[in-house]
Design a protein around this ligand. Structure first.
Ligand code: HPA
Length: 270
């Protein structure tokens, strides 16, 4: 795997001259964030050696290198999911490549269902911790000590300093920023009503089908992680027509501008 990671990292560094320290993964419906980027290079995933290809509506499948607030960043517009049939190792491959390109900070966003009674549709939730209910883990298999330790510590999976920066920024700018625990599940079916209630009971505040694998791999490689969920539906309030992917995309794109300002505040200190 190490050789593949190095080959892809070298390809991307040659193509883009990337020298940044931050990578961003944009979730469902949040792809418009790229409008805020002073774009230097755009590469379709299909043109990047060893990259998987994303197949989902709302996920463009492009890697963008550009500047936000004067800082060079690599942005994944569209991510990979376990439910697409990729292995955990395949879908987290880009995070490994970023690290090899010199990236130290990973910013992640996603669309998620609320499992906290106080959350409203359209709210943002800063992720302070997660629960892995995928039933698997991207680090299963032989461990390459050059990438990270066999048993990585996950006690500060989401960087507390960056959370504090975002918390203070949101407070002083009157942006409603909830905080909570993100539960990752495989999907692609949305949760049953009993499952949403169960997730609330075990301490979950939001549930989604991504993020956890990437964050485990980022921690394995000692990257700093900051994450925000957009609450696109509330699992505890049974919707009249059930949850739908289109609803998720619509709400996510409306909340994208607050997310942008929060990410901007974090990028400022990186
Ligand atoms: N469940 C899982 N993933 C999701 C949801 C949900 O309710 N909403 C957006 N992504």
């Amino acid at each position: 795997m190490l050789q593949k990671i190095e080959a892809t990292a070298n390809f991307l560094k040659d193509k883009t001259g990337f020298e940044g320290k931050t990578a961003i993964i944009l979730g469902s419906g949040l792809g418009n964030y790229v409008d805020k980027i002073e774009i230097q290079h755009t590469l379709a995933y299909k043109d990047i050696p060893n990259f998987p290809v994303s197949t989902i509506a709302g996920h463009a499948g492009k890697l963008i290198v550009g500047k936000i607030k004067g800082k060079q960043v690599a942005v994944m517009q569209g991510r990979f999911h376990y439910y697409e049939g990729l292995t955990m190792q395949e879908l987290t491959f880009p995070v490994r490549v970023f690290k090899m390109m010199g990236v130290e900070n990973l910013l992640v966003s996603n669309a998620a269902g609320g499992t906290n009674y106080s959350f409203e549709v359209g709210d943002l939730m800063m992720i302070t911790d997660h629960i892995n209910l995928f039933g698997t883990n991207p680090l299963i298999g032989s461990n390459d000590e050059e990438l990270g330790p066999r048993f990585p510590n996950m006690s500060e999976a989401y960087d507390t300093e960056l959370c504090e920066v975002a918390r203070n920024f949101a407070r002083s700018n009157n942006i409603r920023l909830n905080e909570g625990v993100y539960v990752g599940m495989s999907g692609p079916s949305f949760e049953t009503n009993a499952e949403y209630r169960f997730l609330n009971t075990i301490g979950g505040d939001a549930v989604g089908m991504s993020t956890v694998p990437e964050v485990i791999v980022a921690n394995h490689m000692s990257m700093r992680v900051f994450g925000v969920s957009v609450i696109t539906n509330n699992g505890l309030e049974i919707p009249e027509e059930g949850n739908s992917h289109n609803e998720v995309l619509d709400v996510a794109s409306i909340s994208a501008s607050s997310l942008e300002t929060i990410f901007g505040a974090v990028i400022d200190v990186l």
